[in-house]
Write a protein that binds this ligand. Structure first.
Ligand code: ATP
Ligand code: MG
Length: 273
């Protein structure tokens, strides 16, 4: 996708945001499907800004974002999908996972020293088993009406450095930086291997991965917006049909409203005073 100027990209995005808002309204009214959007990426790939921009037109009542950080003691006392399962969206809603259970085959794979804290009875074939468990979980969700789309925002190592330096240079961006981010950057190749394995083993028809180029923020936003729109169009949510009994009730309400006098009283109704 080539855009001559940011303005053209901004125009395209605002049209997509309007489409998305309309589709979300129908998803909510339809009430049969939930949508789960998963975002994974290296630091500074722009997860937060994609979520902020693409979802900017959406009714906040129909959308929930969860950021998954390092697991708490309580999380570690449960199976690895437990904390994500508690945050799944209700029917009619869009749930966004900013990081997710996929960290269990990413950061934990690159840092196996995190595993003992998980108190697992056995860790033989753990990555293979986690892929199987994730696939089974997502198939279960799909069968129960959860529409899943997964995004790996793929920033280059060069662009990450530029964004890290920007975070260090600008006082209002300092808070976004942590020394651990640079340490993870030093394990870049291991992370890329983990991401590749993740995509290869968990991309399915009902829960596909989109590997989105993330060096150009406008491009990232447009790709994510159109993937979300396409997914919603596939399920084609509809406003509930009005049955004859409901139609009659609506007509009755219309008649009552029309027959009110200027004080809001029904014709023939006496006032209090
Ligand atoms: P930003 O891009 O703004 O830095 P972030 O998503 O990196 O946002 P942070 O608070 O910086 O948010 O980092 C969250 C950290 O939690 C990440 O380093 C991530 O790898 C870690 N994390 C998430 N889930 C797990 C998990 N299951 N096990 C271990 N670490 C995890
Ligand atoms: Mg971070």
């Amino acid at each position: 996708m080539q855009f001559q100027s940011k303005q053209l990209a901004a125009d395209a995005l605002s049209k997509d945001i309007a489409r998305l808002a309309k589709l979300q309204d129908k998803l909510y009214a339809d009430g049969r499907w939930a949508m789960l959007l998963i975002f994974q990426a290296m630091d500074a790939a722009g997860k937060d800004s994609v979520i902020k921009h693409v979802m900017s037109g959406i009714n906040p009542q129909g959308c929930e974002v969860h950021s998954f950080k390092a697991p708490s003691e309580e999380d570690l006392d449960h199976d690895f999908l437990w904390r994500a399962a508690k945050r799944l969206p209700q029917r009619g809603r869009i749930g966004i996972f900013n990081r997710s259970y996929y960290e269990e085959v990413l950061v934990v794979r690159v840092h196996p020293e995190l595993l003992p804290a998980q108190k697992l009875p056995a860790i033989k074939d753990i990555w293979k088993q986690r892929f199987e468990d994730i696939n089974a979980f997502e198939r279960y969700l799909h069968r129960n009406g959860v529409l899943i789309r997964k995004f790996f925002l793929h920033v280059s190592k060069k662009e990450q450095k530029k964004r890290f330096l920007d975070r260090l240079d600008k006082p209002d961006k300092n808070w976004k930086f942590s020394v651990g981010d640079v340490r993870d950057r030093q394990r870049w190749d291991e992370y890329m291997h983990a991401y590749e394995q993740m995509v290869r083993n968990t991309a399915t028809v009902h829960a596909p991965w989109y590997v989105v180029p993330a060096d150009n923020k406008w491009c990232t936003r447009l790709v994510v917006a159109s993937a979300v729109i396409d997914a919603l169009k596939e399920i084609d949510p509809k406003y509930p049909k009005v049955d004859p009994a409901k139609r009659k009730a609506l007509e009755l309400a219309r008649g009552m409203l029309k027959s009110e006098d200027e004080n809001g009283r029904q014709a023939g109704q006496k006032g209090l005073g």
